[in-house]
Design a protein around this ligand. Structure first.
Ligand SMILES: Cc1ncc(COP(=O)(O)O)c(C=O)c1O
Length: 390
């Protein structure tokens, strides 16, 4: 594993590099791509080998016998998260945006409200709206530089029309590792308002030293009858193109509803995704992941130190993920002004804050999962672009 290696992804059908110019006006020739959440690193060698073995065999028929895949998930969840997963509780979807859409179909009706804690991963709102449900934005205040939950304010927002809450744990953007107490607060909130909780834990392996992620079933066993878990190997091991995720449901009533929707759509797994995930959830994958987290921690340190030294800019302290969340409100500039400086002057493609919902207005999100030289370069470019504020 050599995370410093700069691998050219331009012209490889990479959305991160090949769509940056169309989306942000930043050319991949001299620009830095720091938007969508995939990494510029190769996955662990065991994952690469799984793909090579399949290619060498050369027959790409339907997948059968997912026992090794299910066992790998069970092993990983027990070893990394202390969580016992029943094999029959696992549904394999085409990623977790797909999983979210299936949950929305299974557990709510047209016109129902779905609660989001914003600013949050933008695809949630897109899927909810596309399905004809109502996005209910409960804003996360920032206190002492950290997103916090405000249940008292959110209680007042509830109308009785809400059916589900999608929790992002750890949180994207901002990178909060919700404490067990915060998660219990979510569970109590869900009980008060009779909500099904979808806990999207796609980032739960990318946690920095000093923070402890608790999977929702362990934080709040009392909501087992209203809890749906979503996990995946894709963020952890940078295999998002395999579009494979897991929706894990222990409650039999919820499970039957979900199975009916999935069955009705004829969804069955992609063989490459399952083989890659099986290879990743292994001792070799775990060793690679530990090295990755140490590398990302240093990228984060360099980025935060550099950005926080620029007057008017403030990077939230990430406890997990590689998605830095930077507030530009201190510059006194309009959104168009600071965005133009990032895109036109610094030539960096980064996600625009408003796409994450209420609370994102003055922010931008920067993906730090890239070789360190690029993070150092990004900091230098931002310093130059906002140099007049020194
Ligand atoms: C919280 C969250 N959920 C889901 C996804 C995407 O999931 P998938 O690629 O499995 O559809 C992302 C991608 O950034 C994410 O941040």
């Amino acid at each position: 594993m050599n995370f410093d290696e700069e691998i050219n992804r331009v012209g490889t059908h990479s959305v991160k590099w090949d769509a940056m110019e169309a989306l942000y006006g930043v050319s991949p020739q001299d620009g830095l791509s720091m938007w969508v959440a995939d990494m510029d690193f190769r996955p662990p060698a065991c994952v690469q080998k799984a793909v090579e073995d399949m290619a060498a065999h050369g027959i790409y028929g339907y997948f059968g016998d997912d026992s090794a895949y299910l066992a790998a998930i069970q092993w990983w969840m027990k070893n990394r998260h202390g969580w016992d997963v029943d094999a029959e509780a696992i549904f394999t979807t085409h990623g977790l945006v797909n999983g979210t859409g299936l949950c929305v179909q299974a557990f709510s009706e047209l016109g129902d409200g779905v609660v989001l804690m914003t600013p949050v991963y933008h695809a949630f709102a897109r899927v909810i709206s596309a399905a004809g449900r109502k996005v209910v934005e409960c804003q996360l205040p920032v206190e002492d530089g950290r997103h916090v939950m405000d249940f008292a304010a959110w209680d007042d927002q509830m109308t009785g029309n809400e059916r589900m809450l999608i929790l992002c744990s750890p949180h994207n953007p901002g990178g909060q590792v919700w404490t067990a107490e915060e998660l219990r607060g979510v569970a109590d909130f869900a009980k008060r308002h009779d909500l099904i909780v979808i806990s999207d834990e796609i980032h739960h392996d990318l946690v920095f030293a000093g923070h402890k992620h608790t999977v929702m079933p362990l934080a709040a066993p009392d909501i087992a009858d209203r809890l749906v878990m979503m996990t995946a190997t894709t963020k952890t091991f940078n295999i998002a193109g395999s579009h494979t995720g897991n929706v894990i449901i222990h409650d039999p009533v919820l499970r039957a509803k979900f199975a009916a929707v999935m069955g009705g759509l004829g969804i069955s797994p992609n063989s490459f995704g399952l083989m890659m995930a099986t290879a990743a959830y292994s001792p070799e994958g775990a060793e690679w992941l530990d090295a990755l987290i140490a590398y990302l921690a240093e990228n984060k340190r360099i980025f935060d130190e550099g950005v926080n030294a620029i007057p008017g800019l403030s990077s939230m302290n990430m406890e997990a993920t590689y998605l830095a969340w930077v507030d530009f409100s201190g510059t006194g500039m309009t959104r168009d002004e600071f965005t133009a400086r990032v895109e036109k002057d610094a030539r960096i493609a980064a996600n625009h804050g408003p796409s994450f919902g209420k609370g994102g207005e003055s922010w931008m999100r920067f993906n730090l999962a890239t070789p360190r030289v690029r993070v150092v370069e990004a900091v230098a470019r931002l310093k130059a672009a906002f140099g007049d504020l020194q």
